[in-house]
Design a protein around this ligand. Structure first.
Ligand code: GLY
Ligand code: MN
Length: 468
Protein backbone atom coordinates (compact mmCIF):
# COMPACT_ATOMS: atom_id res chain seq x y z
CA UNK A 1 0.00 0.00 0.00
CA UNK A 2 1.14 3.59 -0.57
CA UNK A 3 1.42 5.87 2.44
CA UNK A 4 -1.84 7.13 3.92
CA UNK A 5 -1.54 10.66 2.54
CA UNK A 6 -1.93 9.29 -0.99
CA UNK A 7 -5.37 7.87 -0.14
CA UNK A 8 -6.39 10.92 1.91
CA UNK A 9 -5.60 13.28 -0.95
CA UNK A 10 -7.33 11.06 -3.53
CA UNK A 11 -10.51 11.02 -1.43
CA UNK A 12 -10.27 14.78 -0.89
CA UNK A 13 -10.06 15.31 -4.62
CA UNK A 14 -12.98 12.95 -5.21
CA UNK A 15 -15.09 14.91 -2.73
CA UNK A 16 -14.38 18.08 -4.71
CA UNK A 17 -15.50 16.43 -7.94
CA UNK A 18 -18.82 15.13 -6.57
CA UNK A 19 -21.39 17.79 -5.74
CA UNK A 20 -23.32 16.06 -2.99
CA UNK A 21 -24.61 12.76 -1.59
CA UNK A 22 -23.05 9.61 -0.20
CA UNK A 23 -20.44 7.63 -2.15
CA UNK A 24 -20.30 3.85 -1.74
CA UNK A 25 -17.19 2.11 -3.03
CA UNK A 26 -17.66 -1.64 -2.81
CA UNK A 27 -14.62 -3.80 -2.25
CA UNK A 28 -14.80 -7.30 -3.67
CA UNK A 29 -15.83 -10.41 -1.76
CA UNK A 30 -14.15 -13.81 -1.98
CA UNK A 31 -15.29 -15.73 -5.02
CA UNK A 32 -15.83 -19.44 -4.26
CA UNK A 33 -14.57 -21.94 -6.81
CA UNK A 34 -16.46 -25.07 -5.77
CA UNK A 35 -17.27 -24.39 -2.10
CA UNK A 36 -16.89 -21.29 0.09
CA UNK A 37 -13.56 -22.23 1.67
CA UNK A 38 -11.99 -22.95 -1.71
CA UNK A 39 -12.06 -19.53 -3.30
CA UNK A 40 -10.46 -18.47 -6.57
CA UNK A 41 -6.90 -17.55 -5.77
CA UNK A 42 -5.47 -15.00 -5.55
CA UNK A 43 -8.23 -12.78 -4.18
CA UNK A 44 -8.49 -9.61 -6.24
CA UNK A 45 -9.71 -6.38 -4.68
CA UNK A 46 -11.78 -3.96 -6.75
CA UNK A 47 -9.47 -1.40 -8.35
CA UNK A 48 -11.48 1.74 -7.56
CA UNK A 49 -11.84 0.63 -3.93
CA UNK A 50 -8.08 0.07 -3.86
CA UNK A 51 -7.43 3.46 -5.43
CA UNK A 52 -9.32 5.34 -2.69
CA UNK A 53 -9.17 2.99 0.30
CA UNK A 54 -5.98 0.98 -0.35
CA UNK A 55 -6.97 -2.13 1.62
CA UNK A 56 -6.72 -5.54 -0.01
CA UNK A 57 -8.96 -7.62 2.26
CA UNK A 58 -12.30 -9.05 1.09
CA UNK A 59 -15.65 -7.91 2.50
CA UNK A 60 -15.03 -4.14 2.79
CA UNK A 61 -17.01 -1.11 1.67
CA UNK A 62 -15.74 2.47 1.68
CA UNK A 63 -18.27 5.20 2.44
CA UNK A 64 -17.73 8.92 1.83
CA UNK A 65 -20.32 11.48 2.88
CA UNK A 66 -19.64 14.34 0.52
CA UNK A 67 -21.34 17.15 2.46
CA UNK A 68 -20.06 16.30 5.95
CA UNK A 69 -16.76 14.91 4.68
CA UNK A 70 -17.16 11.89 6.98
CA UNK A 71 -15.36 8.79 5.77
CA UNK A 72 -16.02 5.27 7.04
CA UNK A 73 -14.44 1.92 6.33
CA UNK A 74 -17.09 -0.75 6.72
CA UNK A 75 -16.36 -4.43 7.33
CA UNK A 76 -16.64 -7.18 9.90
CA UNK A 77 -13.66 -8.09 12.05
CA UNK A 78 -12.62 -11.69 11.70
CA UNK A 79 -13.45 -14.20 14.45
CA UNK A 80 -11.42 -16.91 16.19
CA UNK A 81 -12.37 -19.56 13.59
CA UNK A 82 -10.91 -17.36 10.82
CA UNK A 83 -7.78 -16.82 12.89
CA UNK A 84 -7.37 -20.58 13.39
CA UNK A 85 -7.51 -21.26 9.66
CA UNK A 86 -6.00 -18.16 8.09
CA UNK A 87 -4.06 -16.39 10.84
CA UNK A 88 -4.73 -13.02 12.35
CA UNK A 89 -5.29 -9.87 10.33
CA UNK A 90 -5.62 -6.21 11.29
CA UNK A 91 -8.91 -5.00 12.71
CA UNK A 92 -11.16 -2.86 10.52
CA UNK A 93 -10.30 0.09 12.74
CA UNK A 94 -6.56 -0.46 12.20
CA UNK A 95 -7.13 -0.80 8.48
CA UNK A 96 -9.06 2.47 8.46
CA UNK A 97 -6.20 4.19 10.33
CA UNK A 98 -3.65 2.89 7.85
CA UNK A 99 -5.37 4.76 4.99
CA UNK A 100 -6.28 7.88 6.96
CA UNK A 101 -9.98 7.06 7.42
CA UNK A 102 -11.30 8.33 10.75
CA UNK A 103 -14.26 5.98 11.18
CA UNK A 104 -14.87 2.25 10.95
CA UNK A 105 -18.03 0.23 11.43
CA UNK A 106 -19.37 -3.31 11.01
CA UNK A 107 -21.21 -4.31 7.85
CA UNK A 108 -24.61 -4.00 9.59
CA UNK A 109 -23.98 -0.24 9.81
CA UNK A 110 -23.95 0.11 6.01
CA UNK A 111 -27.69 -0.47 5.82
CA UNK A 112 -28.26 2.21 8.48
CA UNK A 113 -26.14 4.78 6.58
CA UNK A 114 -27.78 4.04 3.24
CA UNK A 115 -31.35 3.95 4.56
CA UNK A 116 -30.82 7.26 6.33
CA UNK A 117 -29.44 8.88 3.15
CA UNK A 118 -32.34 7.53 1.08
CA UNK A 119 -34.89 8.69 3.69
CA UNK A 120 -33.46 12.21 3.43
CA UNK A 121 -33.66 12.11 -0.37
CA UNK A 122 -29.90 12.28 -0.73
CA UNK A 123 -28.05 10.84 -3.70
CA UNK A 124 -26.31 7.49 -3.16
CA UNK A 125 -23.50 7.10 -5.67
CA UNK A 126 -22.14 3.71 -6.68
CA UNK A 127 -20.09 2.45 -9.63
CA UNK A 128 -21.45 -0.14 -12.09
CA UNK A 129 -21.04 -3.50 -10.33
CA UNK A 130 -19.55 -6.45 -12.24
CA UNK A 131 -19.79 -9.21 -9.62
CA UNK A 132 -23.10 -10.79 -8.73
CA UNK A 133 -22.53 -10.73 -4.97
CA UNK A 134 -22.03 -6.96 -5.15
CA UNK A 135 -25.22 -6.71 -7.19
CA UNK A 136 -27.07 -8.53 -4.40
CA UNK A 137 -25.58 -6.13 -1.83
CA UNK A 138 -26.81 -3.16 -3.88
CA UNK A 139 -30.23 -4.74 -4.34
CA UNK A 140 -30.54 -5.29 -0.58
CA UNK A 141 -29.40 -1.76 0.22
CA UNK A 142 -31.18 0.23 -2.46
CA UNK A 143 -33.84 -2.12 -3.86
CA UNK A 144 -32.47 -1.82 -7.40
CA UNK A 145 -32.67 -5.04 -9.39
CA UNK A 146 -29.30 -6.17 -10.83
CA UNK A 147 -30.62 -5.76 -14.38
CA UNK A 148 -31.11 -2.03 -13.68
CA UNK A 149 -27.94 -1.33 -11.71
CA UNK A 150 -25.70 -0.45 -14.65
CA UNK A 151 -28.02 2.40 -15.66
CA UNK A 152 -28.62 3.36 -12.01
CA UNK A 153 -24.88 3.72 -11.35
CA UNK A 154 -23.73 7.30 -10.77
CA UNK A 155 -22.47 8.93 -13.95
CA UNK A 156 -21.07 11.74 -11.83
CA UNK A 157 -19.00 9.24 -9.84
CA UNK A 158 -17.94 7.30 -12.96
CA UNK A 159 -16.68 10.49 -14.61
CA UNK A 160 -14.85 11.62 -11.47
CA UNK A 161 -13.12 8.26 -11.02
CA UNK A 162 -12.17 8.09 -14.71
CA UNK A 163 -10.77 11.63 -14.55
CA UNK A 164 -8.59 10.76 -11.58
CA UNK A 165 -7.46 7.25 -12.48
CA UNK A 166 -6.63 8.15 -16.10
CA UNK A 167 -3.66 10.32 -15.14
CA UNK A 168 -0.94 8.28 -13.48
CA UNK A 169 1.12 9.86 -10.70
CA UNK A 170 4.87 9.35 -10.34
CA UNK A 171 4.22 6.71 -7.67
CA UNK A 172 1.89 4.84 -10.00
CA UNK A 173 4.35 5.06 -12.89
CA UNK A 174 7.03 3.51 -10.68
CA UNK A 175 4.64 0.68 -9.87
CA UNK A 176 3.80 0.22 -13.57
CA UNK A 177 7.55 0.07 -14.28
CA UNK A 178 7.79 -2.70 -11.68
CA UNK A 179 5.05 -4.61 -13.45
CA UNK A 180 6.87 -4.17 -16.76
CA UNK A 181 10.13 -5.45 -15.27
CA UNK A 182 8.36 -8.66 -14.21
CA UNK A 183 6.61 -8.77 -17.60
CA UNK A 184 10.06 -8.64 -19.20
CA UNK A 185 11.09 -11.73 -17.25
CA UNK A 186 7.86 -13.52 -18.20
CA UNK A 187 8.34 -12.82 -21.90
CA UNK A 188 12.04 -13.57 -22.09
CA UNK A 189 11.45 -16.84 -20.21
CA UNK A 190 8.93 -17.79 -22.90
CA UNK A 191 11.42 -16.83 -25.61
CA UNK A 192 14.05 -19.06 -24.04
CA UNK A 193 11.71 -22.03 -23.76
CA UNK A 194 10.12 -21.91 -27.21
CA UNK A 195 11.21 -24.81 -29.40
CA UNK A 196 9.49 -27.57 -31.36
CA UNK A 197 7.92 -30.28 -29.23
CA UNK A 198 7.20 -28.23 -26.08
CA UNK A 199 3.51 -27.81 -25.30
CA UNK A 200 1.83 -24.41 -25.22
CA UNK A 201 0.52 -25.19 -21.74
CA UNK A 202 4.01 -25.93 -20.42
CA UNK A 203 5.29 -22.51 -21.47
CA UNK A 204 2.07 -20.81 -20.37
CA UNK A 205 2.51 -22.36 -16.91
CA UNK A 206 6.14 -21.29 -16.69
CA UNK A 207 5.19 -17.72 -17.61
CA UNK A 208 2.52 -17.61 -14.89
CA UNK A 209 4.97 -19.07 -12.37
CA UNK A 210 7.48 -16.29 -13.09
CA UNK A 211 4.88 -13.67 -12.18
CA UNK A 212 4.07 -15.47 -8.94
CA UNK A 213 7.69 -16.02 -8.02
CA UNK A 214 8.25 -12.25 -8.02
CA UNK A 215 5.31 -11.71 -5.67
CA UNK A 216 3.08 -10.68 -8.53
CA UNK A 217 0.25 -12.34 -10.40
CA UNK A 218 -0.77 -12.34 -14.05
CA UNK A 219 -2.63 -9.21 -15.10
CA UNK A 220 -4.96 -11.35 -17.25
CA UNK A 221 -5.16 -14.97 -18.39
CA UNK A 222 -1.93 -15.61 -20.32
CA UNK A 223 -2.39 -15.87 -24.07
CA UNK A 224 0.15 -18.25 -25.58
CA UNK A 225 -0.83 -19.91 -28.82
CA UNK A 226 0.31 -20.93 -32.27
CA UNK A 227 -3.16 -19.74 -33.30
CA UNK A 228 -2.15 -16.12 -33.00
CA UNK A 229 -5.15 -15.29 -35.17
CA UNK A 230 -7.36 -16.00 -32.14
CA UNK A 231 -7.20 -12.70 -30.25
CA UNK A 232 -7.34 -14.28 -26.80
CA UNK A 233 -6.09 -17.79 -27.56
CA UNK A 234 -5.44 -19.74 -24.35
CA UNK A 235 -2.49 -22.17 -24.23
CA UNK A 236 -3.52 -25.65 -25.34
CA UNK A 237 -1.87 -29.07 -24.99
CA UNK A 238 -0.65 -28.75 -28.61
CA UNK A 239 3.09 -29.13 -29.13
CA UNK A 240 4.96 -26.27 -30.79
CA UNK A 241 5.65 -27.07 -34.43
CA UNK A 242 8.71 -26.28 -36.51
CA UNK A 243 7.88 -23.58 -39.07
CA UNK A 244 4.98 -22.00 -37.17
CA UNK A 245 4.76 -18.74 -35.25
CA UNK A 246 3.69 -18.57 -31.63
CA UNK A 247 2.09 -15.51 -30.07
CA UNK A 248 2.70 -14.65 -26.42
CA UNK A 249 0.53 -11.96 -24.82
CA UNK A 250 0.97 -11.72 -21.08
CA UNK A 251 1.65 -9.34 -18.25
CA UNK A 252 2.26 -9.03 -14.55
CA UNK A 253 0.24 -7.34 -11.84
CA UNK A 254 2.31 -6.13 -8.90
CA UNK A 255 1.44 -6.49 -5.23
CA UNK A 256 -0.02 -2.99 -5.46
CA UNK A 257 -2.09 -4.20 -8.43
CA UNK A 258 -0.52 -2.23 -11.25
CA UNK A 259 -0.30 -4.06 -14.56
CA UNK A 260 1.84 -4.66 -17.58
CA UNK A 261 0.64 -6.00 -20.92
CA UNK A 262 3.02 -6.98 -23.73
CA UNK A 263 2.81 -9.18 -26.78
CA UNK A 264 5.56 -10.79 -28.79
CA UNK A 265 5.30 -13.18 -31.71
CA UNK A 266 8.20 -15.50 -32.44
CA UNK A 267 9.15 -18.33 -34.79
CA UNK A 268 9.00 -21.72 -33.05
CA UNK A 269 12.24 -22.82 -34.72
CA UNK A 270 14.04 -19.57 -33.87
CA UNK A 271 14.23 -18.16 -37.41
CA UNK A 272 11.53 -16.18 -39.24
CA UNK A 273 10.78 -17.37 -42.78
CA UNK A 274 10.74 -14.66 -45.48
CA UNK A 275 6.93 -15.00 -45.68
CA UNK A 276 6.64 -14.48 -41.93
CA UNK A 277 9.10 -11.59 -42.01
CA UNK A 278 7.14 -9.77 -44.70
CA UNK A 279 4.06 -9.64 -42.45
CA UNK A 280 6.06 -9.15 -39.25
CA UNK A 281 7.86 -6.08 -40.58
CA UNK A 282 4.51 -4.40 -41.32
CA UNK A 283 3.32 -4.95 -37.72
CA UNK A 284 6.71 -3.80 -36.45
CA UNK A 285 6.54 -0.54 -38.41
CA UNK A 286 2.93 0.08 -37.29
CA UNK A 287 4.00 -0.50 -33.68
CA UNK A 288 6.95 1.88 -34.03
CA UNK A 289 4.84 4.59 -35.69
CA UNK A 290 3.01 5.15 -32.41
CA UNK A 291 6.20 6.33 -30.70
CA UNK A 292 6.57 9.05 -33.32
CA UNK A 293 3.03 10.42 -33.22
CA UNK A 294 1.50 9.83 -29.78
CA UNK A 295 1.71 12.91 -27.53
CA UNK A 296 -0.54 15.15 -25.45
CA UNK A 297 -3.36 16.66 -27.50
CA UNK A 298 -3.35 13.97 -30.18
CA UNK A 299 -6.47 11.79 -30.41
CA UNK A 300 -5.63 8.11 -30.02
CA UNK A 301 -8.31 7.50 -32.64
CA UNK A 302 -6.14 9.42 -35.14
CA UNK A 303 -3.09 7.35 -34.16
CA UNK A 304 -5.16 4.20 -34.72
CA UNK A 305 -6.24 5.47 -38.15
CA UNK A 306 -2.64 6.37 -39.10
CA UNK A 307 -1.65 2.80 -38.23
CA UNK A 308 -4.55 1.43 -40.30
CA UNK A 309 -3.46 3.50 -43.31
CA UNK A 310 0.18 2.40 -43.00
CA UNK A 311 -0.88 -1.23 -42.66
CA UNK A 312 -3.16 -0.98 -45.70
CA UNK A 313 -0.45 0.65 -47.81
CA UNK A 314 1.99 -2.12 -46.92
CA UNK A 315 -0.53 -4.94 -47.39
CA UNK A 316 -1.27 -3.44 -50.80
CA UNK A 317 2.45 -3.45 -51.64
CA UNK A 318 2.61 -7.21 -51.08
CA UNK A 319 -0.59 -7.86 -53.00
CA UNK A 320 -3.01 -8.72 -50.18
CA UNK A 321 -4.99 -5.49 -50.55
CA UNK A 322 -5.75 -3.25 -53.50
CA UNK A 323 -7.45 0.03 -54.41
CA UNK A 324 -7.26 3.46 -52.83
CA UNK A 325 -5.76 3.32 -49.33
CA UNK A 326 -7.95 6.02 -47.77
CA UNK A 327 -11.10 4.56 -49.29
CA UNK A 328 -10.13 1.06 -48.10
CA UNK A 329 -9.61 2.29 -44.55
CA UNK A 330 -12.84 4.33 -44.62
CA UNK A 331 -14.69 1.19 -45.73
CA UNK A 332 -13.09 -0.82 -42.90
CA UNK A 333 -11.37 -3.27 -45.28
CA UNK A 334 -8.23 -3.35 -43.11
CA UNK A 335 -10.31 -4.89 -40.29
CA UNK A 336 -10.01 -8.20 -42.14
CA UNK A 337 -6.46 -8.17 -40.77
CA UNK A 338 -6.77 -5.85 -37.75
CA UNK A 339 -10.19 -6.40 -36.16
CA UNK A 340 -9.38 -4.53 -32.94
CA UNK A 341 -8.23 -1.10 -31.86
CA UNK A 342 -4.66 0.00 -31.49
CA UNK A 343 -4.78 -0.11 -27.69
CA UNK A 344 -6.47 0.57 -24.40
CA UNK A 345 -5.78 2.45 -21.18
CA UNK A 346 -3.71 0.48 -18.67
CA UNK A 347 -3.26 0.91 -14.93
CA UNK A 348 -4.68 -1.06 -12.04
CA UNK A 349 -6.84 -2.96 -14.51
CA UNK A 350 -5.09 -4.24 -17.58
CA UNK A 351 -7.95 -2.70 -19.60
CA UNK A 352 -8.05 0.17 -17.18
CA UNK A 353 -11.49 1.03 -15.80
CA UNK A 354 -13.23 -0.99 -18.50
CA UNK A 355 -15.82 -1.98 -15.89
CA UNK A 356 -16.86 1.67 -15.60
CA UNK A 357 -17.92 1.73 -19.25
CA UNK A 358 -15.56 2.05 -22.20
CA UNK A 359 -17.54 4.96 -23.56
CA UNK A 360 -16.49 7.05 -20.54
CA UNK A 361 -12.91 5.76 -20.32
CA UNK A 362 -11.72 5.75 -23.93
CA UNK A 363 -13.99 8.40 -25.40
CA UNK A 364 -15.62 11.75 -24.64
CA UNK A 365 -18.09 14.19 -26.19
CA UNK A 366 -15.58 14.91 -28.94
CA UNK A 367 -14.70 11.32 -29.77
CA UNK A 368 -17.65 8.95 -29.86
CA UNK A 369 -16.88 5.33 -30.74
CA UNK A 370 -18.16 4.13 -34.11
CA UNK A 371 -20.34 1.14 -33.42
CA UNK A 372 -21.55 0.41 -36.93
CA UNK A 373 -18.33 -0.89 -38.48
CA UNK A 374 -16.61 -4.20 -37.77
CA UNK A 375 -13.14 -3.54 -36.32
CA UNK A 376 -13.69 0.13 -35.59
CA UNK A 377 -16.45 -0.90 -33.17
CA UNK A 378 -13.80 -2.73 -31.11
CA UNK A 379 -11.77 0.40 -30.36
CA UNK A 380 -11.21 0.88 -26.65
CA UNK A 381 -9.40 4.20 -26.71
CA UNK A 382 -9.97 7.16 -29.01
CA UNK A 383 -9.80 10.34 -26.97
CA UNK A 384 -7.11 12.98 -26.78
CA UNK A 385 -4.01 11.88 -24.96
CA UNK A 386 -2.85 13.69 -21.84
CA UNK A 387 0.44 13.67 -19.99
CA UNK A 388 0.35 10.76 -17.53
CA UNK A 389 -1.97 8.53 -19.58
CA UNK A 390 -0.73 4.98 -20.10
CA UNK A 391 -2.02 3.24 -23.21
CA UNK A 392 -1.07 0.08 -25.01
CA UNK A 393 0.33 0.09 -28.54
CA UNK A 394 -0.69 -3.26 -29.97
CA UNK A 395 -1.16 -3.50 -33.72
CA UNK A 396 -1.55 -6.94 -35.23
CA UNK A 397 -2.14 -8.72 -38.52
CA UNK A 398 -4.26 -11.86 -38.32
CA UNK A 399 -5.43 -14.36 -40.91
CA UNK A 400 -8.72 -15.65 -39.52
CA UNK A 401 -9.95 -18.49 -41.77
CA UNK A 402 -13.64 -18.08 -40.86
CA UNK A 403 -13.53 -14.32 -41.40
CA UNK A 404 -11.82 -14.79 -44.77
CA UNK A 405 -14.54 -17.26 -45.81
CA UNK A 406 -17.35 -15.02 -44.59
CA UNK A 407 -16.15 -11.83 -46.25
CA UNK A 408 -15.33 -13.67 -49.46
CA UNK A 409 -18.77 -15.31 -49.59
CA UNK A 410 -20.45 -11.94 -49.04
CA UNK A 411 -18.06 -10.05 -51.30
CA UNK A 412 -17.49 -7.70 -48.38
CA UNK A 413 -14.90 -5.01 -49.27
CA UNK A 414 -14.09 -7.10 -52.36
CA UNK A 415 -12.79 -3.99 -54.17
CA UNK A 416 -9.99 -3.68 -51.57
CA UNK A 417 -9.12 -7.31 -50.79
CA UNK A 418 -7.33 -9.87 -52.95
CA UNK A 419 -9.21 -12.86 -51.60
CA UNK A 420 -7.37 -15.40 -53.77
CA UNK A 421 -4.04 -14.37 -52.28
CA UNK A 422 -5.43 -13.94 -48.76
CA UNK A 423 -6.72 -17.52 -48.87
CA UNK A 424 -3.16 -18.81 -49.26
CA UNK A 425 -2.45 -17.35 -45.77
CA UNK A 426 -5.14 -19.31 -43.95
CA UNK A 427 -2.46 -21.40 -42.22
CA UNK A 428 -0.37 -18.36 -41.24
CA UNK A 429 -1.77 -17.57 -37.78
CA UNK A 430 -1.38 -14.04 -36.50
CA UNK A 431 1.20 -11.52 -35.37
CA UNK A 432 0.81 -8.89 -32.66
CA UNK A 433 3.48 -6.72 -31.06
CA UNK A 434 2.45 -4.85 -27.92
CA UNK A 435 4.13 -2.42 -25.58
CA UNK A 436 2.87 -0.04 -22.91
CA UNK A 437 3.23 3.65 -23.66
CA UNK A 438 3.48 6.48 -21.14
CA UNK A 439 2.41 9.86 -22.50
CA UNK A 440 4.97 12.43 -21.41
CA UNK A 441 4.92 16.26 -21.49
CA UNK A 442 5.98 16.42 -25.12
CA UNK A 443 5.73 12.91 -26.53
CA UNK A 444 5.71 9.40 -25.20
CA UNK A 445 7.94 6.49 -24.24
CA UNK A 446 7.65 2.79 -23.68
CA UNK A 447 7.39 1.67 -20.09
CA UNK A 448 10.01 -0.85 -19.02
CA UNK A 449 13.69 -0.17 -18.59
CA UNK A 450 14.47 -3.27 -20.59
CA UNK A 451 12.43 -3.65 -23.75
CA UNK A 452 11.50 -7.22 -24.60
CA UNK A 453 13.23 -7.98 -27.94
CA UNK A 454 10.92 -7.43 -30.90
CA UNK A 455 13.02 -6.43 -33.90
CA UNK A 456 13.34 -9.70 -35.85
CA UNK A 457 17.12 -9.88 -35.60
CA UNK A 458 16.94 -9.28 -31.83
CA UNK A 459 14.26 -11.95 -31.36
CA UNK A 460 16.28 -14.47 -33.36
CA UNK A 461 19.47 -13.55 -31.54
CA UNK A 462 17.80 -13.87 -28.13
CA UNK A 463 16.35 -17.26 -29.03
CA UNK A 464 19.65 -18.45 -30.49
CA UNK A 465 21.67 -17.34 -27.45
CA UNK A 466 19.21 -19.11 -25.16
CA UNK A 467 19.80 -22.39 -27.02
CA UNK A 468 23.61 -22.19 -26.95
N1 GLY B 1 -3.52 -8.26 -23.65
C1 GLY B 1 -4.86 -8.64 -23.83
C2 GLY B 1 -5.71 -7.52 -24.32
O1 GLY B 1 -5.27 -6.40 -24.37
O2 GLY B 1 -6.88 -7.73 -24.61
MN1 MN C 1 -3.44 -5.22 -24.44
Amino acid sequence: MFNKEVYVSRRDELKKLIKDGVILLFGNNESPNNYPNNAYYPFRQDSSFLYYFGQKRDGLVGVIDVESGKETLIGDDIDIEDIVWYGSVDSIKDMADQVGVANSAPMSELEVIVKEAVAKGRKVHFLPPYRHDTMIQIMDLLGIHPSKQKEAASLELIKAVVKMRSVKSQLEIEELERACAIGYKMHTTAMRLVKPGVTEKYIGGQINGIAQSYGAQVSFGTIFSQHGEIMHGAPSMAELEDGRLVLCDCGAETIEHYCSDNTRTMPVNGKFSSRQLAIYSIVEDCHDLVLKVAKPGVKYFDVHMAVCRLMTERLKAIGLMKGDVDEAVAAGAHAMFLPHGLGHMMGMDVHDMEGLGQIYVGFDEETRPRLDQFGTNALRMGRRLEEGFVVTDEPGIYFIPDLIDEWKAKGHCAEFLNFDKIETYKDFGGIRIEDDVLITADGCRFLGKEIIPYHPKDVEEYMRAARD
